[in-house]
Design a protein. Structure first.
Length: 320
């Protein structure tokens, strides 16, 4: 069953009517509905195309958060073979909001790390909705050090509203863990590529995405704060999230202009949740292409490339 977003309600009505007609035919009422249902399908396809042609930043936020969007676990299952998960930070615990381990991508050995939000109530609670605690970032550091030691490229899949802000996380050094993870991203002498597959929220995302190459899915977002959080701080009103989304320049299209992202990965019409297999395949091709771009660089070249990329940020403007 399709989960429709607020702005897709007219589309839901049309697709619902088409399904009702087909249900009548299946019930054996002797009615030929295919012509009428086909016309509704064509109308729905045109409406879907029009809706997604000019999505506002706030609507892109809604699409990026869609519960049926493929998550880290889906990408790992579909794109990577011989995945061997590695658990724990060797200090406190294992954080289920962060997945990671050894794998092969098109027979290339890699280390893959990502945020996992979960896909139902039970798994979302277990995964803490993709919001990592300090041990999650320390696990990521351990995996990056392992990759550096054995000369394995690192692939990160970012999908988090932000790092977990709970009391326990703060007591165990949340900000320090995020800073150390970001530092480790910049230090390792192996290729590091990152894909924003949904939400890229605050330092919780930067800690995985300080990479040589950063790609974003077409309807993903990447920002220093959520639109609701920004609106609460600036206007003392979380309902001004639409204005905040506009001001934050958090879409993939804006971040390409600003030099934060390096490429945009096209999504199927209607978003990745409408055709997860196609979206996952497109991400796989992009990761492979980005790793190929870095094949010729040596250790010093990779570190320098990453350093220069981040030092240049802020030099580009939306009008420049």
């Amino acid at each position: 069953m399709t989960n429709y977003l607020d702005f897709e309600k007219p589309l839901a009505e049309i697709e619902g009517k088409a399904e009702e007609l087909r249900a009548m035919a299946r019930a054996g009422e002797g009615v030929d509905v295919e012509d009428e249902a086909g016309a509704l399908d064509r109308k729905a396809a045109d409406m879907l195309r029009d809706l997604y042609k000019t999505l506002t930043p706030w609507r892109k936020c809604q699409v990026a958060r869609h519960p049926d969007r493929p998550h880290c676990r889906d990408y790992i299952r579909a794109l990577f073979t011989e995945y061997t998960p590695l658990a724990g930070d060797r200090n406190f615990a294992d954080d289920h909001a962060v997945m990671g381990g050894l794998a092969r991508l098109n027979d290339r050995p890699v280390v893959v790390i990502g945020h996992e939000k979960g896909n139902d109530t039970k798994s979302r609670i277990e995964r803490n909705f993709g919001m990592a605690r300090p041990e999650g970032y320390r696990k990521a550091i351990r995996l990056m050090e392992l990759a550096d030691k054995f000369n394995l490229p690192v692939v990160t899949l970012v999908d988090t509203a932000g790092a977990y802000p709970g009391k326990g996380a703060e007591e165990r050094g949340q900000s320090e863990a995020i800073a150390r993870s970001t530092e480790k991203c910049l230090q390792i002498g192996v290729p590091l590529v990152s894909v924003i597959i949904g939400e890229g929220g605050s330092g919780g995302a930067v800690a995985f995405a300080s990479a040589n190459r950063v790609a974003m899915l077409e309807h993903s977002i990447y920002s220093v704060i959520s639109p609701e959080g920004c609106a609460s701080i600036l206007w003392k009103d979380a309902e001004k999230m639409r204005e905040a989304a506009e001001a934050l320049r958090l879409t993939a299209q804006d971040l390409i202009k600003l030099g934060v992202a390096d490429r945009v990965i096209d999504e199927p019409l209607g978003g990745a949740h409408r055709d997860p297999e196609a979206a996952i395949a497109a991400v796989g091709k992009a990761i492979d292409a980005m790793l190929s771009e870095l094949d010729a660089k040596d250790r010093e070249g990779l570190i320098r490339d990453r350093r220069e990329k981040f030092l240049k940020m802020g030099a580009k403007g939306l009008t420049g």
